[in-house]
Design a protein around this ligand. Structure first.
Ligand SMILES: *Cc1c(COP(=O)(O)O)cnc(C)c1O
Length: 485
């Protein structure tokens, strides 16, 4: 499989280079040159496969040329053995045609584990094969750092440094990161805000000498391999509900558009996916886009579903690329305009094509709380605020003539305060984390100072040691830079 950039100016790459690069050199995102297709008979034959076997089948065309089945399958099996539900992403019926797909049975209780558990193993495999190492550096406000840490812990070719703002994350969020005592995991509690953490990470990536010497990398949400891994659970749900002989629709609590883009990809591979409901909280740039055809930035407002508090959905660029008939120059022009004016729009015909697949829906805070309470009352399910935004959008979508699957993107125990305030019940941690509050923590408090943080990274980066030993060799070439985890 070959991958092209959405901006059309970066080299065409194979899977392993796309994996390690993340962002393309021209600032674009990598997408497959052509979508692999399965016929209805081939999909039908995949019904009843275990999750790891299905995952291997669905993803194999994307890694072709880089990994063969005998190499790939054990990595996939290892990734999903870390989930504590036999179905990995089980479906639950809420009522009549409405279903929940639970994506939170991984180590950190949120859907990012589904992709990151595989990504960490793929990184390690490809790097080890090349005799290389990287240092993953990232900033977190609390909700996504743990998934990156769990993905990278104990990986021979990876060191990971995650900065969080000291005292500004919840107890659970901090402990999910700081109780991972693996020698290659380094938590920094920064004396500053989340923005300070992000600025320091950006500054490290912008320091070219530092970036190259330490082989800085990121496992950010634009990485193609994350999308690829997310396609699988759409296939899993669709096949369970009757595909390819019966169409199905999905409703996705959306932030960076990575999750719902994976549903779009599953559809492009031949699954009969009828409608994709893009559920947003009050940060509704996407809902407004699907209504008007104009992408207009607005300030970010903090909500009780913080993982969806975004201003710009970076993965939307991949859909835009298709809407603009894969014209990289046109994508670049739209996004350049967006960067300078905060707005771009697509033509009526393109909006029509987008709306043939996607519907946007915005849910405010009050409705999110009411949905948490109503879902407990009517279906006996305690759901987290992100999932509640999805359920509210699904109810608003009305009858679609297909089963509608809402993606449950986080376990309610990940957001206990918001859930308790809405439902009157404090969700308990699942068994695997029940002793979280008595586990030993390890972190280093650092001042909000670039030199101090760089010295910390330098002292812990095995890639830097290797780099010094290999100075002058071709291995010194930089990897693509990353963004948020
Ligand atoms: C990251 C995240 C989202 C948003 O997913 P995108 O792929 O960025 O659209 C939704 N809910 C939860 C709990 C998340 O962690």
């Amino acid at each position: 499989m070959r991958y092209v950039s959405t901006r059309g100016q970066a080299p065409v790459l194979g899977f392993d280079d796309v994996l390690l690069a993340g962002l393309a050199r021209d600032g674009g995102l990598y997408v497959p040159e052509a979508w692999p297709q399965f016929s209805p008979a081939e999909w039908r034959a995949m019904r009843g496969l275990s999750y790891p076997d299905l995952a291997t089948r669905v993803m194999l065309p994307f890694v072709e040329g880089a990994l063969d089945e005998a190499t790939f399958a054990p990595l996939v099996r290892g990734a999903y053995a870390s989930f504590d539900h036999a179905a990995v992403t089980p479906l639950k019926q809420l009522d009549g045609g409405l279903w929940l797909m639970e994506l939170f049975h991984g180590p950190t209780l949120a859907f990012k584990d589904v992709a990151l558990q595989l990504l960490g193993r793929l990184f390690d495999h490809v790097l080890t094969r090349r005799g290389e190492r990287v240092t993953i550096v990232g900033a977190t406000s609390g909700d996504t750092g743990s998934a990156a840490i769990e993905a990278c812990r104990d990986r021979a070719a990876i060191d990971i440094v995650i900065l969080h703002p000291r005292g500004r994350t919840s107890d659970i969020q901090r402990r999910q990161m700081t109780t991972v005592l693996s020698p290659n995991v380094h938590n920094v509690a920064l004396e500053g805000t989340f923005d300070d953490c992000q600025d320091l990470v950006k500054a490290m990536f912008n320091d070219a000498a530092f970036r190259d010497a330490h082989r800085l990398s990121a496992v950010n949400s634009i990485n193609w391999a994350r999308i690829m891994a997310q396609i699988v659970y759409y296939a899993h749900a669709a096949l369970s509900l009757g595909a390819p002989d019966r169409p199905v629709s999905f409703c996705v609590p959306t932030g960076n558009f990575g999750n719902v883009y994976a549903a779009y990809a599953a559809r492009a591979m031949g699954l009969p996916i009828e409608r994709l409901v893009v559920a947003t909280n009050t940060n509704d740039i996407l809902a407004r886009f699907f209504a008007s055809g104009a992408m207009e930035a607005a300030p970010v407002v903090p909500t009780i579903s913080p993982s969806m508090d975004i201003q710009v959905s970076s993965n939307f660029e991949r859909v835009l690329f298709d809407l603009l008939d894969r014209d990289g120059a046109a994508v670049t022009e739209s996004l350049t305009r967006f960067r300078s004016t905060g707005r771009f729009a697509v033509a009526e015909a393109q909006l029509g094509r987008a709306r043939a697949i996607f519907t946007g829906h915005r849910t405010d805070e009050e409705m999110t709380r009411a949905t948490i309470a109503a879902t407990l009352q009517m279906a006996g399910e305690l759901v987290d605020p992100h999932t509640a935004v999805g359920i509210a959008a699904a109810r608003a979508a009305g009858a679609l003539g297909t089963p509608l699957v809402v993606l449950a993107t986080a376990h309610p125990a990940k957001f206990p305060d918001a859930v308790e305030a809405a439902a009157g019940i404090r969700p308990g941690l699942p068994a695997r984390l029940s002793d979280l509050h008595s586990r030993e923590e390890r972190m280093t408090v650092l001042p909000n100072d670039l030199a101090a943080v760089q010295a910390f990274v330098h002292a812990r980066s095995r890639a830097a040691l290797q780099g010094a030993a290999l100075q002058g060799s071709a291995l010194g070439a930089p990897l693509g830079m990353g963004g948020a985890a």
